[in-house]
Design a protein around this ligand. Structure first.
Ligand code: DQA
Length: 142
């Protein structure tokens, strides 16, 4: 089981950006946590981050033949990007959507998720733990 964990814009700013919402852990510690979580359940992960919509689309396209599934936190592109939705659909890969914060309790403009139109499961509001739950979901499914 090989998974691609994809993080979108501003997630590289964890630890600095709005700690009241996203916590104090930085991006490096998130990557470490995801890799440790995957190792615990015998799953291989590549963790990537980009601030660019087109790069995220390209990474999803390339994932099609290389991975068994995608865990994606598309950041703000969650609420705007039909291109990322289309790329996920084209990949045909099982997808779990993760958000660190509980977007359902936030601003109106965060209430639409294009990713949710394709993702099999959505995990939100659990901080870093959400990524672990996503990894475990794949491990249990395999
Ligand atoms: C986020 C929620 C998004 O609304 C926001 O734009 C982010 C992070 C989250 O992980 O809670 O950048 O995806």
């Amino acid at each position: 089981m090989k998974l691609l964990v994809l993080n979108g814009p501003n997630l590289n700013m964890l630890g600095i950006r709005e700690p009241g919402i996203y916590g104090n852990g930085d991006y490096k510690s998130l990557v470490k946590y995801i890799k440790e979580s995957a190792k615990e359940v015998g799953v291989t992960v590549d963790v990537k981050q980009s601030n660019y919509e087109g790069e995220l689309v390209t990474l999803i396209q390339k994932a099609r033949l290389r991975y068994d599934g995608i865990i994606i936190n598309a950041g703000a592109y969650t609420h705007t990007s039909i291109a990322i939705l289309d790329a996920l659909k084209a990949s045909g890969l099982l997808t779990v959507e993760v958000h660190i914060s509980n977007v359902k309790e936030r601003e109106d403009f965060r209430q639409i998720s294009y990713i949710s139109l394709y993702a099999e499961k959505v995990i939100m509001g659990k901080g870093f733990l959400g990524y672990k739950e996503a990894v475990n979901y794949f491990a249990e499914r395999s």
